[in-house]
Design a protein around this ligand. Sequence first.
Ligand code: SAH
Length: 201
Amino acid sequence: MVALIRRRGVTDERVLRAMETVARHVFVPAPHTGGAYDDSALPIGHQQTISQPYIVALMTEALELQPGDRVLEIGTGSGYQAAVLAEMGMEVYSVERIAALYEEARDRLAAQGYTVHQKLADGYAGWPEAAPFAGIIITAAAPRIPEPLLDQLAESGRMVIPVGRRGAYQVLYKVIKEAGQTREVDLGAVAFVPFVSDALG
Ligand code: SAH
């Protein structure tokens, strides 16, 4: 799996090493566990998916984090992305809106020995008490960037977010905050489950 991700152009050794270390099969529930090391997204129940490993690597690399950095994830899902970030030595905060997924991820992360601060909530509001964040990763596609999340991004911080409509392909953006302004870099087309929030209407 990691050799394939490397061939596809991810070069950050820390990301590749973390993905070699985290046992992805633990985060893929039956009956799909057997495909855990294929480079594909897989169902995790509740109409949600664990992201494709290459996309996890691309997004993690784009965050440009240093060990000890505080990072916010919206969309805990299986907990795999959070585990990769924790394995890299980040201080991870992760928000999920579906109770069953929140609980399953909590149990898996604890069993694997990862410390992740988790919250069951609509991630639109972010986690203001723990802000600012050096990195923010959104693992569900929103029609636009939630304003509270931009506010919680540290100066020089990086946000990685798929933006686009439900059902359509979306564009993965890296958003960099510089002198209070934001700059966007297009990382290509992606397909994510929708970001669900009353705040987005
Ligand atoms: N990062 C996850 C991928 C999960 S898929 C992993 O590694 O497995 C996206 C997740 O985002 C789903 O679990 C979905 O329930 C969650 N989600 C969607 N909208 C959300 C919102 N507004 N707040 C928090 N979580 C949300």
